[in-house]
Design a protein around this ligand. Structure first.
Ligand SMILES: [Zn+2]
Length: 367
């Protein structure tokens, strides 16, 4: 090759222009080869460096990873449980789920619902322990994990976890398991429903105890009421029509009224009422009215009288359900089989409580 170039070079020396062109071509050729070699070497080096720089999510410091996981939604956390066992263990942590539980379910998880869930978990744990004792001499503590249970089965159909063969394992006593049971509608829990039976005229401006469960597709609830002689149920109960059940007042217990001496005209209250003594109580919204002989706001002495007028202004003024009178000194339960029985009274203290009731007001007065 060198001889060939030298011969060509000697031949062309006689022609200056030709010589310059040949030298230029040789120089360009050499530079081009060198450049190609250099680029190939650089690319290979870069590729190797990229390989070395690859980092797993799990290589992040715990605190950083935790901050990322805290930003994830319940469904995203659920997806992450499918990635690997290490991430799954992190993603089922109670501290990540408590925030989600509080945000979505905190308003409805009253003392009664929490107690029901705790007893449900205790029963499950006991069953698993008993089952382990009978199958093995050594207790298997992994039984607190729910094997093959898919608490987010409704989500898995969207992100394809099932296809990857993953199975969720959430500890029975974990917040994630509780949350997933609520979302899946597997957990019936106690709550109170305003205007039960979808605004049935006989229950307007009342609030009754029920067992409810969630339906995620419609973002509503199914409710079951317990009543003497019949069981009633309804679908599509909205969040706005629900409030938590209190553990200290059961639907058949008479509430002890401790507010009667302070009731004044215009005060808002709830009073227990039941059709007969066999029925559970519901809570009915009302406003304290003036006694018949009171001649007005300025000279009103109703607050010092033994009798208190309880008004239910959702009914027309001529309706037999419009008012009832109770004695503030010795009231426990008053009434009869014809008009029902009025039980304990709660004075409403906050604007939130009052405005919730007012939003449920019927479009026209009831008979
Ligand atoms: Zn008065």
């Amino acid at each position: 090759m060198e001889n060939k170039y030298l011969t060509l070079y000697s031949f062309c020396l006689s022609n200056t222009i030709c010589g310059i062109l040949i030298v230029s071509w040789l120089a360009r050729s050499i530079f081009s080869n060198a450049l190609r070699t250099s680029l190939t070497w650089r690319n290979e080096t870069k590729k190797n460096q990229e390989e070395e720089n690859k980092m797993s999510l799990l290589d992040l410091p715990d605190l950083t990873l935790d901050c990322i996981l805290q930003k994830l939604s319940p469904s995203e956390l659920c997806v992450m449980t499918c990635v690997c066992s290490e991430l799954r263990d992190k993603c089922v942590s109670d501290h990540l789920w408590k925030k989600h539980m509080e945000t979505k379910w905190g308003r409805l998880m009253g003392d009664a619902a929490i107690q029901d869930w705790k007893s449900h978990v205790a029963t499950l744990m006991m069953c698993f322990r008993n089952s382990n004792r009978s199958s093995s001499s050594k207790p298997n503590w992994s039984s607190r994990f729910v094997a093959s249970l898919k608490p987010f089965s409704f989500l898995s159909s969207n992100h394809g976890c099932d296809k990857r063969g993953s199975s969720y394992r959430a500890p029975i006593d974990s917040v994630m398991y509780w949350y997933s049971n609520l979302e899946n509608g597997k957990f019936w829990f106690p709550a109170q429903v305003y205007n039960r039976e979808n605004g049935h005229v006989g229950f307007m401006m009342s609030c009754y105890d029920a067992k409810i469960r969630y339906h995620y597709k419609t973002d509503t609830f199914q409710a079951k009421y317990s009543a003497h002689g019949r069981r009633a149920a309804e679908e599509n109960v909205t969040w706005q029509r629900l409030r938590p059940s209190l553990i200290d007042i059961k639907s058949r217990d008479l509430h002890v009224s401790d507010c009667l001496h302070g009731l004044r005209p215009g005060d808002h209250f709830e009073i227990q009422w039941r059709r007969t003594t066999e029925f559970p109580y519901g809570w009915w919204f009302g406003i304290v009215g003036h006694l018949q002989n009171c001649d007005g706001e300025d000279n009103c002495r109703c607050y010092s009288h033994d009798n208190v007028v309880m008004e239910f202004r959702q009914f027309r003024s001529e309706s037999p359900w419009r008012t009832t009178v109770i004695n503030r000194k010795d009231h426990r339960e008053t009434g009869n089989e014809a008009n029902g029985f009025y039980g304990g009274v709660k004075k409403l203290g906050t604007e939130d409580e009052i405005s919730t009731w007012k939003q449920l007001w019927p479009s026209q007065a009831l008979e």
